[in-house]
Design a protein around this ligand. Sequence first.
Ligand SMILES: [Zn+2]
Length: 224
Amino acid sequence: MMFVVWRILQYLLPFLEKEQYNLSSACRLNPENNMFKDQELQKDNVRPSQWQCLYCKKTFRSEDYLDKHMDNRHYAMLDLNSKRCLADICGAVHCDHADSVAKATTKKRCNRAAVIKNKHLCEALANECFPSKEGATALRLNEFFLRQFCDSHTCDGSAKHFPRGSGRRKNKSLYMALCLFVIILLGIFYLAVYLYQRDMNGDASSLKRLRQHPILKAQKSKKF
Ligand SMILES: [Zn+2]
């Protein structure tokens, strides 16, 4: 559950980078304020399906397995002095939603009191991390945060989570590259089929022409 908040942060980071905005130390979303900071720094994504624990060099197939390993084996490395656990703000930023998407669990009934509480928590978080008095960028990000995370704290079921997309540009470009690769592969395949067909037709017509050649015709009639 707690690491899901980290994923939410990873989701936010490209937007913050684009605006060249640094989270202040007062903001609970600031990774510097987080007790998991050290553990996160010891995670290495070697390849798309290979994650390594830099404490003990063990490798895992997914980040989830590595997170569980961190929980079980390297609990002592948690920075308990920071006393700031992202799980406290989990409800505000829908990590329950991200978690349920990951696990494909069924929808629960809406708890109106919890929804109102989370909405307030979410709005407080927006003001804490993007104080509108800081200027135009902070104001824009504040609005963005409200639309992305806080608006969907409602029981009517119509509001969408993360309406502005996943924000993971890296995955998108990988997807685009894969699409392009498949298109090129298909192109090569059809070109090969076309050339093969053309060659076959060419052979057939030249054979026909050869058969109709006067010398061959003369030889044929001699045989009979
Ligand atoms: Zn380890």
